[in-house]
Design a protein around this ligand. Structure first.
Ligand SMILES: CC(C)(COP(=O)(O)OP(=O)(O)OC[C@H]1O[C@@H](n2cnc3c(N)ncnc32)[C@H](O)[C@@H]1OP(=O)(O)O)[C@@H](O)C(=O)NCCC(=O)NCCS
Length: 166
């Protein structure tokens, strides 16, 4: 039993990242990651409703060859524009390229649906997320004051970022 646990945890940390389409069957696990990542987490029914919405594109992050999700990216499409509603990687797996794998797949899927412009809001103090979005070519196009409720009860300003996909 110890070896099974050891192998599984070793595999979950070292296998390559992979990303795939998420659907309503992933709602439980993705809601748990959301709740652990944000001040106002989405519960399972909320997550399930989003994943069933035909205008919503969702991707999940996994280890190659495994089913368990460690993260997600969710966007809503309107015409040729999409808004990124949420992106998160499980805290214990951050900083190892999972977010980049997820965004690459997610933006590719949005482009495949005819999206030409992607917009999002991000807490201006969220260095990891801003680095991730800049890496993919997002630029700051605006700012919203006192937009975010943080876990510590304070409110943070949001950067509005956009990516033109050509
Ligand atoms: C934002 C988030 C999804 C990034 O996921 P990740 O798996 O850590 O991302 P990666 O390991 O692929 O790293 C992405 C970039 O962030 C940088 N980064 C990672 N952690 C960082 C940190 N703590 N501070 C600054 N930059 C950081 C990496 O160096 C990398 O930048 P590079 O491409 O220029 O090298 C993750 O931190 C997260 O889930 N945060 C909580 C939820 C959240 O804030 N979501 C965004 C809402 S807008």
């Amino acid at each position: 039993m110890f070896w099974l646990w050891f192998w599984e945890s070793w595999f979950d940390r070292t296998a390559d990242w992979a990303a795939a389409q998420a659907d309503a069957g992933d709602a439980d696990e993705l809601a748990a990651i959301h709740v652990a990542s944000f001040a106002r987490g989405w519960d399972v029914p909320e997550m399930e409703d989003l994943l069933r919405d035909r205008a919503v594109i969702a991707c999940k992050l996994m280890r190659e060859g495994r089913a368990k999700p460690f993260g997600f990216a969710i966007s809503r499409i309107a015409g040729d524009e999409a808004e990124v509603l949420s992106v998160a990687v499980a805290e214990s797996r951050r900083g190892s390229g999972g977010g980049a794998t997820l965004m690459a797949r997610h933006l590719g899927r949005l482009a495949g649906h005819g999206v030409r412009r992607v917009v999002l809001e991000v807490d201006e103090d969220n260095g990891a997320a801003i680095a991730l979005y800049r890496r993919f070519g997002f630029v700051e196009v605006g700012k919203r004051k006192a937009y975010y409720a943080r876990k510590d009860g304070t409110r943070g300003a949001a950067k509005v970022m956009a990516l033109e996909m050509r």
